[in-house]
Design a protein. Structure first.
Ligand SMILES: [Zn+2]
Length: 381
């Protein structure tokens, strides 16, 4: 078996469900060290047991030039064993598809990165500058792995390829996402005296929920619009004859470029003011352990996009369409927090995050060739 497939299979066979990335990290580190590279480990503060490392390394051509970041995640989502027809942690090929957890998302992409680095470690004359490799933990969680690398200030590059599973097109823009929580206050009172006494916070929250979902968002020619979704409401007491005096609301918000958390909070506060609830609401960004992701889009004619698309055509003879993603991924962090132009493209498959996930061997192989060709174009010696 070719090395690129062997490593893909090996990685699938290593259980690295988000929360226990260490074995996959050690495996990739060993592979990279076998190319003569020095591998660095990075742990986020919550990981006191040191079971969730991200790793990174630099392949230096020895010549001045630009830096290409190749990035992917080593964790996967969990499995529901009962629904799998094969062992999710034992890669097996059936009818041209390789089954196993992470076969699509995204151990094929990681393997393509490893083989790309292997090639250039043996052909330093074919590029200038540096190739930076980041293989991160917790992408399926809160992206703490990537955020930790940002905090450690070790990611500096001119271009980035996010090897996420996406083969039919290249994504150049993503929405961002925020979550907000709102407490709506009412006034308690005995239910028998209502409505003369008491003010029902649930009814106020319902009115506010409708007003929020009717709010406009900014628009983007390709990412279209943002979203407002009231996802959760909670309040009242089934066991007491009391008018509810408080209601908790959870609001989910996808954003397009130009929208940030402050704008969203202002919009919601205005909606509350308009229906007379201005001083009865407390609106805030829902606290979480890692920053929220802002939206971004790079120019469609950026040299990185052009080089990757041309390389796709060079290898496959076909055209690679440009696309935009309505959701978020670690590409948002690369583009927004690190300011590195990033394209998202990698070997794909089917049943992502679901049962019986599979990937396509030819795509893993092609992506490696496309990454190599893109680096040759952009990091010309
Ligand atoms: Zn993924």
């Amino acid at each position: 078996m070719e090395k690129i497939f062997e490593r893909w299979y090996d990685l699938i066979n290593i259980n690295s469900v988000s929360g226990h990335e260490v074995d996959a990290a050690n495996y990739c580190a060993k592979v990279l060290e076998s190319f003569g590279l020095t591998v660095h480990y990075s742990y986020f503060p919550e990981d006191s047991a040191k079971e969730r490392p991200s790793i990174w390394t630099v392949l230096d051509s020895g010549k001045p030039g630009k830096t290409m970041l190749l990035i992917g995640h080593i964790d996967t989502v969990g499995v529901n064993l009962a629904n799998w027809k094969t062992d999710p942690f034992h890669a097996v090929e059936i009818d041209g598809k390789v089954y196993g957890r992470g076969s699509m998302d995204m151990k094929g992409g990681v393997s393509a990165i490893l083989s790309t680095v292997e090639y250039f470690s043996q052909h330093k004359d074919e590029f200038s500058g540096k190739i930076l490799v980041c293989l991160v933990a917790d992408e399926e969680g809160l992206s703490k792995g990537t955020y930790q690398l940002v905090a450690e200030d070790c990611v500096h590059a001119d271009y980035a390829i996010m090897a996420e599973c996406r083969y039919d097109n290249v994504a150049v823009g993503f929405r961002g996402r925020f979550s907000f929580e709102i407490t709506v206050k009412g006034k308690a009172g005995h239910a028998s005296r209502y409505p003369e006494v008491g003010e029902n916070a649930l009814v106020s929250a319902g009115r506010l929920a409708a007003a929020i979902e009717a709010l406009p968002t900014l628009t983007h020619p390709k990412l279209k619009h943002g979203t407002w979704c009231v996802r959760y409401l909670c309040g009242g007491n089934q066991n007491a004859l009391v008018v509810p005096d408080s209601c908790y609301m959870f609001v989910d918000r996808y954003v397009v470029p130009g929208e940030d958390e402050e704008l969203c909070i202002c919009q919601m506060q205005e909606a509350a003011d308009k229906i007379g609830l201005g001083n009865k609401v407390d609106i805030r960004l829902k606290p979480r352990n890692s920053p929220y992701m802002k939206s971004f889009a790079i120019e469609e004619d950026h040299e990185l996009v052009t080089a990757l698309r041309q390389s796709f055509t060079d290898i496959t003879g076909e055209n690679l369409p440009i696309d935009y993603d309505p959701s978020v991924c670690d590409s948002n962090i690369v583009a927004v927090s690190l300011g590195i132009p990033v394209v998202t493209f990698g070997p794909s498959g089917g049943n992502m995050h679901g049962d019986n996930e599979y990937g396509y061997p030819y795509q893993v192989k092609n992506c490696c060739e496309i990454y190599k060709e893109t680096i040759r174009k952009l990091l010309k010696p």
